[in-house]
Design a protein around this ligand. Structure first.
Ligand code: ZN
Length: 124
């Protein structure tokens, strides 16, 4: 059981680092921890954290949160510029709708519905 959990963490971190390379950002540290209010966060010092229960969620949802947090290393807010780059990297994603949900830590089914409606980026 622990092995499965550990391999999920390793796989998740690998995904984060692959995206960081692609987005040309360098997080100082990537952490996976218990978070109740959010799926992820990014500090001004470059610490990027993800909720541990994100590991059990669907790949496209994980990817969304990963790209979202990593892009904050470049743009620390949810400005038009931020949304534009998010959409550029996850085409087909209705990021706008997702933002409205995210502040309240949208339930995964709800967020997935939004992703699906947007033509889910992971089905590229
Ligand atoms: Zn954000």
């Amino acid at each position: 059981m622990t092995d499965i959990r550990e391999s999920r963490r390793v796989a998740f971190k690998a995904k984060v680092h692959a995206w960081a390379k692609r987005l040309k950002v360098e997080p100082r540290q990537v952490r996976i921890q218990n978070m109740r209010q959010k799926w992820g966060s990014c500090s001004t010092l470059g610490y990027v954290s993800f909720a541990s229960d994100l590991l059990g969620k669907r790949a496209d949802f994980q990817e969304y949160v990963i790209v979202h947090e990593l892009l904050h290393l470049r743009v620390p807010n949810h400005s038009k510029l931020f949304r534009a780059s998010l959409i550029a990297h996850l085409p087909g994603l209705l990021a706008e709708s997702y933002f409205a949900e995210r502040s309240r830590r949208a339930s995964v089914p709800k967020a997935l519905k939004i992703l699906k409606r947007a033509g889910a980026a992971s089905r590229r």
